[in-house]
Design a protein around this ligand. Structure first.
Ligand SMILES: [Zn+2]
Length: 95
């Protein structure tokens, strides 16, 4: 029989309060040291722009971009980003 070494991971968890971007439900996200989490689904960060920057970018026009089956108007020039918002969805909206 092989002796399996038990790897004891020191996992400390911390809690995050996040809101579902789809339904607005409050979620309690538990973050672990090994970079896993529970309680919601994280999709990444969304850049936030100030209105003024968007208007500025709008002035340089848009172009049509195929996004899967959708055709979207995308700005030719990206507006300046001042912050990033995290995008989360709850279990219900994710499934
Ligand atoms: Zn939701």
């Amino acid at each position: 029989m092989k002796d399996k070494k038990l790897v004891k991971k020191k996992i400390s968890s911390s809690n995050l309060a996040r809101r579902c971007a789809v339904c607005g439900k409050k979620m309690h996200i538990i973050l672990y040291d090994d970079r896993t989490y529970r309680g919601g689904h994280f999709f990444g960060k969304i850049p936030l722009h100030r209105k003024k920057e968007i208007q500025k970018a709008m002035q340089s026009g848009t172009r049509r971009v195929k996004f899967g089956k959708l055709v979207m108007n995308v700005l030719k020039v990206d507006p300046k980003v001042y912050a990033y918002a995290e995008y989360w969805e709850c279990e219900k909206c994710y499934s």
